[in-house]
Write a protein that binds this ligand. Structure first.
Ligand SMILES: [Zn+2]
Length: 317
């Protein structure tokens, strides 16, 4: 019985040892396995995140490339807009209408005569020009372009009703179109002539060729044009004094006035080129200075161009 008991005791001890061993193995295994599993899990998560990051970086690089392309496109668009604007300004602002000539015509009575001319109107500055001329009781000449707005019509009428001369410049004032052929030139010319007759009741018999008769952009023979116009009873006038308000140098009012007054000093007959444009308020300022100075001069008259005005033309015809 005692032996049996001893055996029983040993058995249960072995069992305990066995259990203890299991516990130890389990603990050891858990200590090794759990961190390993966590490490693997974290490793995978890290790999996924790194992949995503790489993909996002690639996408960002792609977007940056596209952005650069778009920026380049925008720059080239801006460039071409600027170019177009310069081209338009060239057509509208008549950079060609600035060349001077030294021609003069002696007056019979020794009195200097000054003919102030304004090209390219009507514009937002026409009324101010007309007001100034009225203030100094002076008549001038307006070589106009086509303007079908209500304000434009009223300004044509005001020019005529206040006793100024109105002359043809060009309906479209687009050198490329009007100087493409004689046919195109005369079509534009009579479009404006008819229109002015409708609006003012006056059919102009004077003209100033866009860019002047000596312009270098025309594809047609300017002498032919002048002769043809003369045959139709129309006189063409260039200028011998340019105010320089359309030569692209953005002169100050003082400089424009100086250009004009110096020229008037030199000549007996002065045909003065100025511009009537919406961006030419500096010309209006200059006009006041010019009128202020000229109104103090004796033996000098300011007159509108009429058929009696001596011709000053840059080309022979
Ligand atoms: Zn012009």
């Amino acid at each position: 019985m005692a032996q049996n008991e001893a055996e029983q005791l040993q058995k249960s001890r072995r069992k305990r040892v066995e259990r203890l061993k299991k516990i130890i193995v389990t603990v050891v295994l858990a200590t090794i396995l759990i961190p390993t599993a966590v490490s693997i899990f974290l490793g995978i998560r890290l790999a996924i995140t790194v992949n995503r990051l790489e993909a996002a970086k690639a996408e960002q690089a792609q977007m940056q490339d596209r952005l650069d392309e778009l920026e380049a496109e925008l720059d080239s668009l801006k460039e071409s807009i600027a170019l177009q604007t310069r081209e338009d300004a060239k057509e509208d602002d008549t950079v060609l209408e600035s060349e001077n000539s030294g021609q003069d015509v002696m007056t019979q009575d020794g009195i200097k005569r000054v003919y102030l001319t304004f090209d390219d109107g009507p514009s937002a500055n026409t009324a101010a020009i007309l007001d100034l001329l009225a203030e100094y009781q002076v008549k001038a000449t307006f070589f106009v372009v086509g303007d079908t707005s209500e304000e434009g019509k009223q300004l044509y009428q005001r020019i005529v009703s206040e006793g100024h001369s109105i002359g043809i410049h060009s309906y479209s004032h687009k050198y490329g179109e009007i100087y493409a052929s004689e046919e195109a030139f005369f079509e534009d010319f009579y479009l404006l002539s008819d229109y002015l007759y409708d609006v003012t009741g006056v059919r102009p018999d004077i003209c100033r060729l866009p860019g002047g008769s000596s312009n270098t952009v025309s594809h047609i023979d300017m002498s032919n044009v002048v002769n043809e116009l003369n045959a139709q009873g129309i006189s063409c006038y260039d200028w011998n004094i340019s105010g320089g308000d359309a030569d692209g140098h953005d002169l100050t009012a003082e400089e424009i006035a100086e250009n004009v007054l110096t020229g008037v000093d030199r000549f007996q007959t002065s045909i003065v080129l100025l511009h009537d444009g919406k961006d030419k308020s500096v010309t209006v300022e200059a006009l006041r200075m010019i009128l202020e100075k000229l109104s103090t001069e004796e033996q000098l008259e300011i007159k509108p161009i009429t058929e009696e005005t001596p011709i000053i033309l840059h080309i022979k015809h």
